[in-house]
Design a protein around this ligand. Structure first.
Ligand SMILES: C[S@@+](CC[C@H](N)C(=O)[O-])C[C@H]1O[C@@H](n2cnc3c(N)ncnc32)[C@H](O)[C@@H]1O
Length: 221
């Protein structure tokens, strides 16, 4: 079990924010952005929809939505101030707020879609975060979850690549050891779908990328 104490997680993301995008590009061989784009396409987003992106980091989903879905509203929240600062620089017209996923500052059923990419894995009280996502989604609304998938051979290759890239990029490897630990500690997609279902969601779709190393799940309220 890795330490996901919220204060430590927040401090870590505040510290790595400045090189988060660059490292993400390197360790994913620039595929993370394409996967995020393909994942959003799976939602068939309708015009004028309201989307909440939780654990938005530097605002990749907002960037993709604003580029390809101009008539859709998206709000990004993250509890790291530094990540939100960068999200605002990357998306000058984007709407962002510093907020905790465990206590979303929104009313019930405000959103048609909620998205979370590479976020839930960092949350100690994951069930509370999923319940909050469920609460703010409208009936018939969909939750798109993107993260590491099967703990397979491709996923294991990642465990070797990350320390090498961290070393080349002169990044504190302890930070990226956390990434590997949380990946290996995270439930595989079928277990995760069970967890979402136990909290009220209905399963819609699962899709795997990079030979199953990355998986997306779409769940409906
Ligand atoms: C690995 S990053 C993912 C960022 C972005 N979604 C992406 O795909 O690049 C995880 C993010 O989750 C945020 N986070 C972790 N726990 C959170 C919580 N309880 N509430 C809000 N944000 C949280 C971190 O600050 C960090 O920005």
């Amino acid at each position: 079990m890795c330490d996901k104490n919220p204060q430590k997680v927040k401090a870590l993301f505040n510290e790595i924010a400045q090189y988060y995008d660059k490292t993400n590009n390197y360790i994913s061989f620039f595929t993370h952005y394409i996967i995020k784009y393909l994942a959003l396409k799976e939602l068939n987003i309708k015009p004028r929809s309201m989307i909440l992106d939780v654990c938005c980091g530097t605002g990749d989903f907002t960037q993709i939505i604003n580029k390809f879905y101009p008539r859709v509203n998206i709000i990004g929240i993250d509890f790291s101030q530094n990540m939100i600062k960068l999200a605002k620089i990357k998306n000058p017209n984007g709407v962002f707020a510093v907020a905790d996923c465990l206590n979303l500052p929104f009313k019930e059923r405000e959103f048609n879609y909620v998205t979370a990419s590479f976020g839930l894995r960092n949350i100690e009280n994951r069930k509370q975060a999923i319940s909050e996502i469920y609460r703010v989604l409208d009936f018939g609304g969909e939750f798109l979850h993107v993260d590491f998938g099967e703990h397979n051979k491709i996923s294991k290759i990642f465990d070797f690549i990350v320390p090498i890239i961290a070393k080349i990029s002169k990044i504190n490897i302890q930070h990226y050891k956390y990434l590997i630990d949380t990946k290996n500690d995270f439930p595989q997609p079928d277990k995760l779908i069970e967890e979402f279902s136990e909290l009220g969601f209905k399963f819609v779709k699962r899709k795997d990328y990079l030979f199953g190393a990355i998986s997306i799940q779409i769940m409906e309220k």
